[in-house]
Design a protein around this ligand. Structure first.
Ligand code: SAM
Ligand code: DTB
Ligand code: SF4
Length: 337
């Protein structure tokens, strides 16, 4: 029986995270293999469709106009360039194409152009994801009509630590955008960044916020901070890799039907650490040598790692036939979770 809960108390999350490492990983792997094939990982490729000169002050980001970084601003890419990248991503094995824009929010005019991109990438037979900043309710409806599969919008950290990282938009703004995306019927991709100087309590609060949303995000990216030269967070003390893996495991346990995405920061992780993340329940990741503005391991390296681990990167669909208990109702999963 897989229990879906949206009523996690902070003490419970801290207790979960604080267990002996082996107990936590064992529990996560047990849940993981009931819901998913443990030897499959879904892969998405990212493209920055509009880079830099962002008015927001996110202190981790290479693209904020307030941070003195070497990222060169670029205008919104032409459709043909986007399609060329999507075609390459498909050829190397990615099943989803994620397009990111350095905006506080899209204007309706720029959304027209992004919608053309979404429709054309879908026509190529790939799933689509975009991350464009805050949205209005009407904009989410337009994205749904365009056939968008996923919208990425991260909570980033705990509500308490958030103000130390970003001041130009509130936690509530993010929750509102997530609500509009959910109500429009688009799959939600939302997670956070670890290693920004937050405490264990903050990490537990981030998981609590995500798992206590009215419905769990279908995709939960766990990013390890990429320390970018010229950002205020450059030089932050690195997170203990075991604490990162613990967060992956706790996300898997708390959001059993979600894809837990091993996201930014993989260039700093060795293969053994990534293998432990997959064991802890990570079953999706970003694939291709660039994230948005920073490096990611190249495809050859990832393909070799998957082959060494016996991981298949094409499927990663939920298994059939497990039972889901959702607060007051129990149902059998057939499964389109
Ligand atoms: N501008 C939009 C927004 O912020 O919603 C979309 C693009 S933004 C770059 C998407 C996400 O990437 C951020 O919410 C953050 O979680 C993640 N991110 C950005 N810079 C990062 C970094 N240096 N290390 C790890 N994650 C990062
Ligand atoms: C997410 O959670 N991580 C991705 C994606 N969603 C958009 C972005 C990571 C960005 C890392 C820094 C960069 O390359 O600029
Ligand atoms: Fe802008 Fe997004 Fe970077 Fe924040 S994370 S500065 S909103 S691009």
């Amino acid at each position: 029986m897989i229990e879906i809960r949206n009523d996690w108390k902070i003490e419970e999350v801290k207790e979960l995270l604080g267990q002996p490492f082996n107990d936590l990983l064992f529990q996560a792997q047990m849940i993981h293999r009931k819901v998913f094939n443990p030897n499959e990982v879904q892969v998405s490729t990212l493209l920055s469709i509009k880079t830099g000169a962002c008015p927001e002050d996110c202190s981790y980001c290479s693209q904020s106009a307030r941070n003195d970084t070497s990222t060169e601003p670029e205008r919104l890419l032409p459709l043909d360039d986007v399609l060329k990248s999507a075609k390459e991503a498909k050829e190397t094995g990615a099943t989803r194409f994620c397009m990111g824009a350095a905006w506080r929010n899209p204007t309706d005019k720029s959304l027209d152009r992004v919608i053309e991109m979404i429709e054309a990438v879908r026509d190529m037979g790939m799933e689509t994801c975009v991350t464009l900043g805050m949205l209005t309710e009407k904009q989410t409806q337009r994205l749904k009509e365009a056939g968008l599969d996923y919208y990425n919008h991260n909570l980033d950290t705990s509500p308490e630590f958030y103000g130390e990282v970003i001041t130009t938009r509130s936690y509530q703004d993010r929750l509102d955008t997530l609500k509009y995306v959910r109500n429009a019927g688009i799959n939600v991709c939302s997670g956070g960044i670890l290693g920004m100087g937050e405490t264990n309590h903050d990490r537990a609060r981030l998981l609590q916020q995500l798992a206590n949303l009215p419905k769990h995000p279908e995709s939960v990216p766990i990013n390890d901070l990429v320390q970018v030269e010229g950002t205020p967070l450059e030089g932050t003390e690195k997170l203990d890799p075991f604490d990162f893996i613990r967060m992956v495991a706790a996300a898997r346990i708390m959001m059993p039907l979600s894809y837990v995405r091993l996201s930014a920061g993989r260039t700093e992780m060795n293969d053994e650490m990534q293998a432990l993340c997959f064991f802890a329940g990570a079953n999706s990741m970003f694939y291709g040598e660039r994230l948005l503005t920073t490096d990611n391991p190249d495809e050859n390296h990832d393909q070799k790692l998957f082959s060494r681990l016996g991981i298949d990167m094409e499927k990663a669909k939920p298994q059939q036939g497990f039972t889901v208990k959702e607060s007051d109702k129990t149902e059998s999963c057939g499964c389109s979770a």
